[in-house]
Design a protein around this ligand. Sequence first.
Ligand code: GDP
Ligand code: IMO
Ligand code: MG
Length: 430
Amino acid sequence: MKSDVILGLQWGDEGKGKIVDYLAEKYDVVARFQGGPNAGHTLEFDHIKHVLHQVPSGIFRSSTKNIVGNGVVLDPVIFKKEIEALKEFKIEPFYNLFISKRAQLILPTHRLLDAAYEKSKGDEKIGSTLRGIGPTYQDKTARVGLRVGDIISDNFKKKYEKLKTKHISILDLHDFEYDLIKLEAEFFEALDYLKKFKLVDTDYLINQSLAAHETILAEGAQGSLLDIDFGSYPFVTSSNTTCAGVCSGLGIAPSKIGQVYGIFKAYCTRVGEGPFPTELNNEVGEKLRRDGHEFGATTGRPRRCGWIDLPALKYAIMINGVTQLSMMKVDVLDKFEEIQVCTHYRLKNGTLSDLLPFDLCTEHINPVYKTLKGWNTDITEITEYNALPEALIEYVKFLEGELKVPINIVSVGPNRKQTIFKNNHFHKSV
Ligand code: GDP
Ligand code: IMO
Ligand code: MG
């Protein structure tokens, strides 16, 4: 048995949560492999709208095991709030949620450090979600981090104090003001809460599942262009958001990766700072933001909006080995006479390229657009692929021709039901 993967191909918020929730009923296991509470994955069904940050998006499917893998950085305080919020929906995830003992813990001082580092960067700030993601992964690679499994050991307090002292000395260097007393009280309370969950060796659990022919869906957070290695560095997150992250973040061997579902919006958004070649700082961008409700699910910040960027998408497809695509938020383009698609970049020396440059920040590139006909029709009630307007089917065909990967899912609204499969195509690893 192989593990399938869902991941974002742009700068995050592509609609991963919706598709994971949709597909979860077809899988025995859903597992998050990286990131942490910087993620905000929105699920909508039965008049429920829910945003998940650290809990996998299979949690609303009672027969699905949900795993928080070793590649994740976990904030116990946010975790507790998230679980408490699920109770309103009659979800009691004590029995079908498993957390890796190897996942790194986000401490209150990691969050403070995130804020201190961002403040010190001034105009060059990353636009971090301020959830402590960067500092926690930094401590992981510096080999001083604390892991979920540590919280049950006798010397946890000692380890915690040691790391906290180190953090405080850095915060003092930054002249950063803080009040730790309340933050620490809620942190330790949340750790007691976390101890009630199944803190396990998820690497064994997942490989046992694979051996038992259970189906697994790995859920990515953020997007490929925010990947620490392949994203628009330094305006990236601190983990491997791409397919390789599944292997290191869950303990799944590369030979056990099956289908890779690449999720992308029919246009493009970015939240936070950093380069965005097709960004529209005009009324078209405003319209996309308004019609697409493009405001961050985690921080509420307005998302920057622009046209779809094919060179960037092709790059993400290549790095991830994407086998099939889901095009999201297609309905947001319902009211356009014409749609623009960036097919190439024009470089400073005048040549055309469809390759992503080494440094999007310093390279002077101008997007080159192809104009396609809009469908200018409400598609939100359509349930069959063949009933979609002709201009939209042409848009899909054009993208498939460029991207060389089939678009098997077209999403026409936020609701679970507003999901259209092309000719009932759905390939799952069996
Ligand atoms: P994620 O981080 O990739 O899971 O995406 P987010 O949840 O942060 O952002 C996607 C937003 O778009 C959410 O508000 C979803 O409810 C919404 N959404 C998802 N698919 C569609 C769609 O096809 N059409 C519309 N209009 N909204 C969608
Ligand atoms: P989901 O999973 C969109 C962005 C931040 C910032 C940069 C670094 O919902 O798609 P970090 O807090 O990770 O240090 O921030 O990455 N970012 C996201 N943007 N969606 C996300 O997650 C994101 N997670 C982080 O805005 O630019
Ligand atoms: Mg999101």
